[in-house]
Design a protein around this ligand. Structure first.
Ligand code: SAH
Length: 402
């Protein structure tokens, strides 16, 4: 069925145009919006070897670049001391940068959750969050990186701080990758899990998300099964993602068990009816064998009643099962009337789902004192960034002689 045209359809249409080109592009990124230089970060070893050859160097110099980026974590080409000065100059002359941004601000909550604001080349700020979890039983500890995929978000889910801050642009692959590096450097611990649940809608920037995903997996050795891509639903993109047959989890943000209620919470749902979204999820499971996870933000008095849980269970049952529900009690944000449900209401919702054999987990609220909800910290530091900030003056690096 053709998606009806609504006010909110424009960003979806743009997303489709952007993702339609995703599969046909060259492996080496081109200069694009928001960045004046091409970034080395995110490239594979073969790509870096080819780049070295293209710049008149021997192939092993590309391997050295790889080590500098992913092992030594050099932040600027000027710091690439292992390669000859002439090569560094050639890289800078050809318009390359290492692809790292400075930390603008970081804030740590009592439970260790740390939100980091990175300042991008065009002065935009993005949030990334490190969430440490000690697994006492196994004596191991996990560190989850919650990464942003866009500067802001065009989809404006009614309870989300990111949407309220507006939308500027998609992130480049290196701007996603560097978030994980920033978290590892802050925690002095390797990132074990990645969730694409920060600012933005990953499926509207699928090309960069897939490149960053590749880099996390191949260069940073983060298992595909340790990664989750979360979407509120963008037409045709779930099918596209399924064709990549990733071993990662697809999480779909539902927030309501029926179309009418969903439209009031998620405006973009008007362009992608719930029935079509659920069909795509079912096909995703059939094609990849990977169980889809559904996120459901519980808003007091809006979508948290027992009848909503029952309707949700029925919706999932008609879609063939094999699903998991992740409940997220609402994190209050500035300028929103929504309220967080009481714990007993959350438990009643869980019980109603479990009674219908739906596996369910409740996302612990972590780091509430660090402005936990997505987009909140960025909004605090950049009130109107997406309309007013001018592109930064030239940030051409100067070569420091070794
Ligand atoms: N655009 C993607 C990723 C966004 S954030 C998506 O919608 O899935 C990841 C999850 O956090 C989403 O389920 C989102 O709805 C939820 N979320 C955002 N703000 C929230 C808030 N204030 N309280 C609770 N959940 C929130």
């Amino acid at each position: 069925m053709a998606a009806p045209q609504h006010v909110r359809a424009a960003p979806l249409a743009r997303a489709l145009r952007a993702t339609a080109t995703a599969t046909a592009s060259a492996p080496v990124p081109i200069k694009s919006q928001g960045t004046s230089r091409r970034a080395l970060l995110g490239l594979s070893e073969p790509q870096l070897r080819q780049l070295a050859l293209d710049l008149g160097q021997e192939s092993y110099r590309g391997k050295q670049l790889h080590d500098l980026l992913y092992k030594s974590r050099a932040k600027q080409i000027q710091d690439f001391n292992h390669v000859p000065k002439a090569f560094r100059e050639a890289l800078l002359g050809a318009g390359w940068s290492a692809g790292r941004s400075p930390v603008h601000h970081a804030i740590t909550a009592s439970d260790g959750t740390t939100k980091i604001l990175l300042k991008l080349e065009d002065n935009r700020l993005i949030e990334t969050v490190g969430i440490p979890v000690d697994d006492d039983n196994k004596g191991s500890s996990r560190l989850t990186a919650c990464v942003s995929s866009q500067v802001g978000c065009p989809l404006r889910c009614s309870f989300c701080a990111t949407g309220k801050g507006g939308f500027a642009r998609n992130l480049q692959p290196h701007e996603i990758v560097e978030q994980v590096l920033a978290i590892e450097e802050t925690f002095k611990h390797r990132v074990t899990n990645v969730v694409f649940m920060g600012m933005g809608e990953p499926m509207m920037n699928l090309k960069s998300v897939l490149e960053a995903h590749r880099c996390f997996n191949k260069e940073l050795k983060i298992g595909q099964r340790m990664m989750t891509i979360s979407t509120v639903g963008v037409p045709n993109t779930i099918k596209m993602l399924a064709s990549h047959k990733l071993q990662s989890t697809l999480a779909v943000s539902l927030h309501a068990p029926n179309q009418k209620l969903r439209e009031t919470i998620v405006p973009s749902a008007k362009s992608y009816p719930l029935g079509a979204l659920m069909d795509d999820c079912k096909n995703y499971f059939l094609e990849t064998g990977r169980r889809v996870s559904f996120e459901y933000t519980l808003l007091a008095g809006i979508n948290d009643e027992k009848q909503h849980a029952e309707e949700l269970a029925e919706l999932l049952r008609t879609c063939g099962g094999g699903y998991h529900v992740n409940l997220i009690p609402y994190n209050p944000i500035e300028g929103s009337e929504y309220k967080r449900p009481y714990r007993k209401v959350v438990q009643a919702f869980v019980d109603a789902l479990e009674a219908r054999k739906i596996t369910v987990s409740v996302r612990q609220t972590r780091g509430l004192d660090a402005n936990a909800a997505c987009g909140q910290l960025r909004n605090e530091f950049q009130k109107n960034p997406l309309l007013e900030i001018e592109p930064s003056p030239s940030t051409e690096p100067t070569l420091v002689p070794a």
